[in-house]
Design a protein around this ligand. Sequence first.
Ligand SMILES: [Zn+2]
Length: 319
Amino acid sequence: MIPQIYGNDASLQLIRRMVQNDRLPHACLIHGEKGLGKKQLARYFAMAALCTGEHAPCGSCPSCYKAAHEVHPDIEWVEHSGKLRGFSVDTVRRVCREAIVAPNDGAKKVYIFADCDNMDVRAQNTLLKLTEEPPSHVLLLFTATHRNVFLETMLSRMMPLAVCPCNPQDCIQALCEAGCDETDAQRAQAACGGNIGRCLEWLGSEDMQAMTRHIGELTSAVAERRQYDILRILAAYEKDRQTAITFVKLLDLQLRDALTMKYTAETAVGCDRQSAQALSGKLTVKRSVQMHEALQEAYEALQANVSPRLVLAALGGQL
Ligand SMILES: [Zn+2]
């Protein structure tokens, strides 16, 4: 009944402690990359805030029951609008009006603004007053992949809560509980690290599995210094920023594997063991540091909206 969350024990503990001491913030921003379970954490937070049992969230009191079945009158998942799935000013105005009215049957009223990555400035400005001076019964929960989607004035009123990937064992267990067979779970975990959502997406997507293959090919090309192949493989990712970001991150994990394989046989966090091994033999510590820095730089440039085509071309030259 209580939302299952793998890893992130520190955040869960913090939420429980805040509820126990009656010291909840008025606004909290749950942030972290796609697939890590931000909405699940928001669900947990809302349930804990309204729980009337002994150890919140108890999972068995009437309030937890309603929260788990998504029928709690004091928890609202604020509706998105438009193609970009932002929030309309009308919706935000309505929330501001209704939030000042006392809760229906709980001690709090929880408004969850999920996936705020496209929340525009107008919607944020409309929400500003409520975030700055909320009635004591209001808890606003926001989820977003990046903190920087919010105005500084909003950010300064939100308690940040980062969601992290979980460890390999927990990740594999979670995937098995979600119905994957163990071999698939291990393959997905090896390709995507401890991001359960990404693992599930990977298992359901030929494209992502192809990406894992490309990482292997690129690693071999880097090991053998086949410059044309390096550029050719990278160029396949210049059309979509998010895919390029994922690709660069996976490549960095692969590089980390190659470096650790020089010293120990049993480390694999990346996605293609065989090519990592081949690269490992050719890699000096100095070169791996240079490559890691180039990948970091590419990652940051992609996050900062620099054109993927330029970023990947520059990266290709440095690998
Ligand atoms: Zn409860």
